[in-house]
Ligand binder design. Structure first.
Ligand code: FE2
Length: 199
């Protein structure tokens, strides 16, 4: 019971934060919902514990909340970002971590860590810390694949819509550089029959 109360407080705080971000960038709302569902499905296939699944769901629900701190000229830019703008955009994972920690809730550090590392790559080329392989928290490696699948499958201003097979092939091409091979295997099993699968 205590455990449930703890999680419901964390969910309430993070829900409010997500709604605040969605006010600024409506795209993130539907993106977040799809990422939560897909990340949870992959998490179940990875045999995560119930607690880990809750942490993953909360982390997924506002993995990009740090974008609240990104100026509109960068966040809402219709075209591709230039190098300086990209550096500003990359700060969203650390900003998100700080926002979660500021809730002071018991599980905030665990969720904050998932968010900080959701753009790390297994070859060490990601950000913010350049972590590699199993040094990246497992829940962040799961979130990374779910986030990328949905972002690639969604129509954005800077790329045309892509079909399911094309997106999976693009993700497969980055296994062992960007994505974890073990998590990719679970993802490939799950996405074939997932409601989150695009056409
Ligand atoms: Fe992100």
């Amino acid at each position: 019971m205590q455990e449930l109360l703890k999680f419901s407080a964390l969910r309430r705080y993070t829900k409010a934060l997500s709604v605040a971000l969605h006010e600024r960038d409506p795209y993130t709302r539907f993106h977040c919902e799809r990422v939560i569902n897909l990340a949870t499905e992959i998490g179940i296939a990875c045999e995560l514990s119930d607690r880990e699944l809750v942490l993953l769901g909360v982390g997924a629900s506002f993995h990009d909340v740090g974008k609240i701190g990104i100026p509109d000229s960068v966040l809402l830019k219709p075209g591709k970002l230039d190098a300086d703008e990209w550096e500003i955009m990359k700060t969203h994972s650390e900003r998100g971590e700080r926002i979660v920690r500021a809730t002071m809730l018991a599980d905030a550090p665990a969720v904050a860590s998932i968010i900080r590392h959701h753009h790390e790559h297994v070859d060490g080329s990601g950000y913010p810390d350049g972590l590699s392989g199993d040094g990246i928290p497992l829940l962040s490696r799961i979130l990374s694949i779910a986030d990328s699948y949905d972002a690639m499958a969604t129509v954005r201003a800077y790329h045309r819509p892509r079909g399911h097979e094309e997106v999976v092939a693009m993700i497969r091409a980055e296994v062992n550089t960007k994505f974890d091979p073990k998590v990719f295997e679970r993802f490939a099993e799950v996405i074939a029959k997932s409601p989150s699968r695009t056409q």
